[in-house]
Design a protein around this ligand. Structure first.
Ligand code: CA
Length: 227
């Protein structure tokens, strides 16, 4: 899952980026409304954290432009406390949620998880797919109830497939959602991660659709652990 942070306060931006990376998100950052608008208009984010008081172009205008251009990613706005008109303007411009500054990072992370899972059509924080369960609150994966230890990139890949379960996801799409903008991307590494995940989860959990990409096995499909 890839997040855009648009925030001009370097202290808050730094804290946000660190906390999001620790929570296994790929993160891009913009310091003003113009750069933020451009990134949100051109890159496929799973969610955006958008400050409203921004240099060059204000946050409300950025959000209105995204929405009028048909960009539908979930957007959580950062508002000043006691500025209820700002919240109303934010929701009317197309925001999905807000937190007021100063905020607790845990609350912001929980709200982002909820926005991302609802955008993907999941009501629960634990996404299940057959024997596989992914607890998005703790970034924990289990298979038939047994915990499976994954690296950051392995987790990023499986959690994206799990949010998109039932759909075939191309290697390009996976690359766009598990790496940030500055990462030296190579879609061949996706195959490497899938290979490692299969060794840890069994061969039947991630299905290759030749020429199209990958999907998680249907819930009724029993993974073949013998290989
Ligand atoms: Ca600001």
């Amino acid at each position: 899952m890839r997040i855009l942070v648009v925030e001009d306060d370097p202290g808050i931006a730094g804290q946000l980026v660190r906390a999001l990376k620790d929570a296994n998100y790929a993160v891009d950052q913009a310091n003003d409304g113009e750069e933020g608008h451009f990134l949100g208009d051109t890159e496929p984010y799973d969610a955006v954290v958008l400050d409203l008081g921004l240099p060059v172009i204000d946050g409300i205008t950025v959000l209105e432009r995204w929405r009028s251009d048909g960009r539908t990613m979930p957007v959580l706005i950062l508002t000043a406390r006691d500025r209820w008109r700002e919240k109303v303007a934010g929701f009317d411009a197309g925001a999905d949620d807000y937190v007021a500054k100063p905020f607790q990072m845990e609350e912001l992370l929980a709200r982002l998880r909820a926005l991302i899972r609802r955008a993907a059509g999941h009501a629960s924080a634990v996404i299940e797919c057959g024997p596989l369960a992914i607890d998005t609150r703790a970034a924990r994966v289990s298979l038939n109830g047994d915990p499976v230890k994954l690296t950051g990139h392995e987790y990023k890949l499986i959690v994206y497939l799990a949010h998109e379960k039932g759909r075939v996801v191309s290697r390009t799409e996976l690359t766009e959602h598990i790496y940030d903008q500055d990462f030296d991307r190579d879609s061949n590494t996706i195959e490497v991660f899938v290979g490692r995940l299969r060794r840890k989860l069994g061969n039947g959990v991630i299905i290759t659709e030749r020429g199209l990409g990958y999907r998680l096995a249907d819930a009724e499909h029993q993974p073949d652990d013998s290989a």
